[in-house]
Each structure stands twice: as C-alpha cells, then as structure tokens.
Design a protein around this ligand. Structure first.
Ligand code: 13P
Length: 338
C-alpha cells in the first residue's frame, strides 16, 4: 500500500466521515451574518476552532477540510490549525480550487478555476502538514444544461488537479457536484450524475491518477429542490448506488457524499439507507451544512455558548456515524437519545 492509498483509506475508515469546513471567506462571512455574528477574521477563526476542538470529534471524523485562511490561522493555544488538528487525531485537508467562473460570457454554466500555480501551492500545503485536498466542480441542471463542453471542462480540471495532488503527496478529494437547484426529476439527476462521473473517471484514467489514492465526493441522486417531488431514503439509495456502480471503478478508495443543501436528518437517513446496499467501496459522508448548521446556530458567536455549539456538532456526527454502522433510527435525532 502506498502512502497515498493509506491516507485515502484512513479518510474513509469504517465509521468515520470527513467534515467540510472550507467555506470561502465570502460564503463563511454570509453564513456568520445570517446567524447574527459579525463577519470578522477572528469570528471565522473562532468558529472553526469550535468545530475542530469538539471533544471526541476524531471518533467519528477522520479529517477536516479547511480553506486557505483557516489553514494559516492558529488555535487559541498557539498552534497552527493543521498541527493542532494532527494532535487531535484529525487529518488536515485544504480546499485548493479558487472558485467558479462562467464557462462563457452570460452562461449559467461554470468551470472551476485554480490550476495556475497549483503545483507550488500544493507543495506548500503538503509542507505545512496537509494530508489531502479538495476541488469542487459545479454542474447545473437546467434547460439545455449541462452541456458537453461544461462536463468536459470540469472533468479535465478535476483530473489535472488530482494528478498534481498525487505528484505532491496529497490525496485528492474529487468533487463533481450536480446541484439540487432546479425542477428536474430524480431520473434526470441520475442521468446527469452518470454523465458527469463518466467524464471525470475517463479524465482521471487518461492522466494516470491512482484511483486507490482518490476519494470521490459526489452528490446523492435526488429530485430537484423545486420539482415538488420527494424521494424516500430507499429510492435515493438505490438510484445513487446504481449510478455509482455503473460509473465508478472499484479501485477508488471511497465515496464521501456532500449534503448539497438537503435537510440534515434527510441526508443522514439517505446515507443510512445506502449502507444496506452492497458496493465495492466504502460509502461515507463529507458534509458541510448538514453537520455544522446546528452548531453555528447554537454558538451564535457567544464565547459562553461554545460548548453548546460543540454539542450540536457532536450530535450530528453521532447520527451520521450511526448511519455508517447501520444502527441509525430517526429516534436518534432527539438530542438526548444519541
Ligand atoms: P455541503 O455538504 O454543505 O454541500 O458541503 C460540502 C462541500 O464540501 C461542498 O463543497
């Protein structure tokens, strides 16, 4: 086993998921303000410290994805975040894309940017203690979209990023996210997710990316948020696993789902239903909002409420680890039951 495949296996170890706390400065600032917290550099730092220092976090979380700002900040005790996280038993991850840009002027489709100078940035992050990286491509379903051009541009960028990560000793999280936004049906989401995954896998293979040193981070297959349709966890699980089984080689180290804006308990119930199906890779979570929204609301920027915020995060982590261990029931959603 290579170092990369060992790290990838540790990221998706049984009973563990990955915490996505890598919102950009502007997204994090907007979320703080929505929670009534001033959007300062110090509040962004304090909030991320609350998350990573949650007691017992490493029992259900293998690693935490940071953005560049947090990666270079320090916890109150003085250590840089990556070092403090290693001491807590958490693998440090770093989001390295620089965001999305329109594919062409006026287009609703985007390509994710950040390849220029990426090798040097990855070498810096690896030196500073990162174990893995993340790059998110965004695929939007709409009338006439996604176009083949959008799928190709994003697949190519993801594969170039993944190849550079492995060259520099980092495990790439490869995230082709098909957005929930829209009126589409679950079968349209399945079709587009398959097309996006086929493109990415083909580009990864073309660039000789070692699949056992890759963690794939896809969306779950769900109906569009404005479709008026509801799919129960068994249907989401079946559709999602069918798409993945048809498109993702068995060598991939593991699959860690994003939550994509689903209500937290729904994302957990869907994840739990997937554990009942047989797959060649471990299936786990790499949620952002579905893990941290309750923690941010409970903390509300008050130093006296840090422990309450941490309890809210620990609760969501324990519900999701219960899902991985096939012992999740909706009853566990009650805070006093988990
Ligand atoms: P959500 O789970 O909130 O979709 O975030 C996961 C993530 O990392 C998006 O890039």
């Amino acid at each position: 086993m290579t170092q990369l495949s060992a790290t990838a296996a540790a990221m998706v170890a049984p009973g563990k998921g990955i915490l996505a706390a890598d919102e950009s400065i502007s997204t994090m600032s907007a979320r703080l303000e929505a929670a009534g917290v001033a959007a300062s550099e110090e509040n962004r730092r304090a909030y991320r410290e609350l998350l990573v220092s949650t007691p017992g976090l490493a029992e259900g979380i293998s690693g935490v994805i940071l953005c560049d700002e947090t990666f270079h900040q320090r916890v109150s005790a003085g250590a840089p975040f990556p070092q403090a996280m290693r001491e807590l038993g958490l693998l440090p991850g770093i989001k390295v894309d620089t965001g999305t840009a329109p594919l062409r002027r006026g287009s609703t489709e985007t390509v994710t940017e950040g390849l220029d100078g990426l090798r040097a940035r990855l070498a810096h992050y690896a030196d500073a203690g990162a174990a893995f990286a993340k790059w998110r491509a965004v695929i939007r379903i709409g009338p006439g979209t996604p176009s083949t051009a959008a799928l190709r541009a994003n697949g190519h960028a993801l594969a170039r990023y993944a190849r550079l990560c492995q060259d520099e000793g980092l495990v790439p999280i490869v995230e082709p996210e098909v957005l929930m936004t829209g009126t589409h049906s679950i079968s349209r989401c399945a079709w587009v997710s398959s097309a996006a995954l086929l493109q990415v896998v083909s580009d990864l293979v073309d660039l000789d990316v070692d699949l056992d040193g890759v963690v794939l981070k896809p969306n779950m297959v769900v109906p569009g948020i404005d479709s008026g349709q509801y799919a129960d966890p068994e249907q989401v699980a079946r559709e999602t696993v069918d798409v993945l089984t048809a498109t993702v080689p068995a060598e991939v180290a593991g699959i860690a789902f994003l939550s994509g804006g689903q209500p937290a308990a729904q994302a957990t119930a869907n994840l739990a239903a997937m554990q009942e199906l047989s797959t060649p890779w471990p299936l786990t979570f790499s949620f952002g909002r579905a893990l941290v929204d309750a923690a941010l609301a409970a903390w509300a920027g008050q130093p006296a409420l840090v422990a309450q915020g941490q309890r809210a995060l620990a609760h969501r982590v324990s519900c999701n680890t219960a899902a991985l261990q096939r012992r999740y029931t909706p009853e566990l959603e009650r805070e006093d039951a988990a």
